[in-house]
Design a binder for this molecule. Structure first.
Ligand SMILES: *Cc1c(COP(=O)(O)O)cnc(C)c1O
Length: 460
């Protein structure tokens, strides 16, 4: 039907930010100074920053206008009412608890339900989710379908939960030790892959079998709903809002980072039906985040999120969002670079273990590729692999399921020509992949080591 295929960003640029152009020598020195950790780089040394899509997107004119409308009352701010209404319009949870970002919601939730001996199943725990579960002494178990661990598998819903594996985990742990089941939509650490409505219904049925609550890690709920709209039989004619409401109706609660599909630069929330759990969460919120009508956010942030929730379910936005991510991924595939397929919603994941078979997982092939992309082209991506997930609470280290480099696309921020430059750089680095070497860790913290570890290249 559509006669023209060029992706048109469904917005015009209203304010611009300069990008500093740097030289290869400058970047090589900068990354050495940063202990070969891309998280240690000054952002103005980065040309195209694909480290994360979290809080890095551009807000709209209407969101900036909403910021002016923010009410900074300590208690009972009308901005909170707007925020809560915007959330409840999509997710019908009785209690909405604002937090300064997603991990604060996780911290509070798992402080209330976690603890030694408890087991939390999830399709794939995101790094902060896993860390917050394990910090309480509980065990985080991933139960994604087998296709979700195979980078080249073409399953349309690779984020789906393996229902048999879920049932086994619950039976083995004992249902009394499973305080809740979590499903991450889309499955960030598994490649930004969606979960189908049918699978969510299946998870709901397993939860009902054992009387367990289901919580969504809903950071990319709109992108997940768009994939359902595009790929799930019978869903194409429905509105994104209705699909989101169906996803929410299957759950008992959610954690959310508004830095993703809230289209905001900060914020998050925890929502649920359970009165008693909500009361415990609010008490902890007051201790660590703030009063329940602002929870670690300014009134203006609550308004920006409320407006973002209106914009993020717009079909023109979602079509552009998903299509432009696929544009990058498809071009890399054509250039012979192995990437996780199908292309996910918010990011393209390069299969570094596939591209760099000469670097063993415990020498961090994903990290080696991420450093090379920065040095060669000033592109900052993020390792999602053995550096991020290889260290276990008991101190042992094993290879992660996959060694990926995530090129995450900030929302409404870069143009197609920026992406053409990224394609050129990645293709050039891949052509010289045999010259890349592994890394060893010089210094690492006990948790979430990838953020602050210092590394050094391993000489030939
Ligand atoms: C980003 C993210 C989180 C944590 O949210 P923050 O706002 O970064 O604290 C949790 N789960 C998933 C799937 C995420 O992508």
């Amino acid at each position: 039907m559509q006669r023209f295929t060029t992706i048109i960003e469904p917005f015009r640029i209203h304010a611009v930010e300069p990008i500093t152009m740097t030289t290869r020598e400058h970047r090589a020195e900068a990354i050495a100074t940063a202990g070969y950790n891309v998280f240690g780089l000054p952002a103005d040394d980065v040309i195209i920053d694909l480290l994360t899509d979290s809080g890095t997107g551009a807000m709209s004119r209407d969101q900036w206008a909403a910021i002016q409308h923010g009410d900074e009352s300590y208690a009972g701010s009308p901005s909170f009412t707007l925020f809560r209404n915007a959330i409840q319009n999509l997710f019908h949870f009785k209690h909405v608890i604002p937090t300064h970002q997603g991990r604060a919601a996780e911290k509070i939730l798992f402080a209330c339900v976690g603890g030694a001996g408890k087991v939390i199943p999830n399709n794939t725990h995101f790094d902060t989710t896993r860390a917050n579960v394990e910090y309480t002494g509980a065990t985080a178990v991933d139960v994604v379908i087998p296709e979700g661990r195979i980078p080249s598998s073409q399953h349309p819903f690779k984020g789906n939960v393996d229902l048999d594996a879920l049932r086994r985990v619950i039976v083995d742990a004992g249902p009394e030790n499973v305080p809740l089941v979590m499903v991450t939509v889309t499955n960030n650490s598994g490649g930004g892959q969606p979960v189908s409505l049918e699978n969510l219904r299946g998870v709901r049925a397993v939860c009902d079998e054992f009387g367990l609550p289901l919580f969504l890690d809903a950071c990319r709920f709109a992108e997940n709903a768009w994939f359902i709209h595009e790929r799930e039989p019978g869903q194409a004619g429905r509105s994104v809002r209705d699909i989101v409401r169906d996803m929410a109706a299957l759950a008992d609660g959610m954690t959310m980072s508004a830095k993703k599909d809230g289209l905001a630069n900060i914020g998050g929330w925890l929502a649920m039906h359970d009165d008693a759990l909500a009361a415990r969460c609010r008490n902890l919120l007051i201790l660590t985040e703030g009063f329940p009508t602002y929870g670690g956010l300014a009134g203006r942030d609550l308004e920006a999120i409320a407006q973002g929730l209106e914009e993020v379910v717009e079909p023109d936005y979602l079509r552009y969002r998903i299509r432009s991510t696929a544009y990058l991924g498809e071009a890399l595939l054509r250039a012979g670079v192995p990437v996780v397929q199908p292309i996910g919603g918010h990011a393209v994941y390069i299969d570094a273990r596939g591209l760099l078979p000469h670097i063993p997982p415990l020498q961090y092939p994903g990290h080696a590729l991420a450093v090379a992309l920065f040095v060669e082209g000033g592109i900052r991506g993020c390792e999602i692999g053995t550096l991020m997930f290889g260290r276990h609470p008991d101190g042992t280290e094993t290879p992660a399921a996959m060694d990926l480099v995530r090129l995450a696309i900030p929302r409404r921020t870069y143009t197609q020509s920026h992406m053409d430059y990224v394609i050129e750089v990645v293709t050039a680095v891949a052509a010289e992949s045999k010259s890349l070497r592994g890394y060893r860790i010089v210094e690492e913290p006990p948790q979430l080591r990838h953020f602050t570890a210092r590394l050094e290249p391993i000489a030939d």
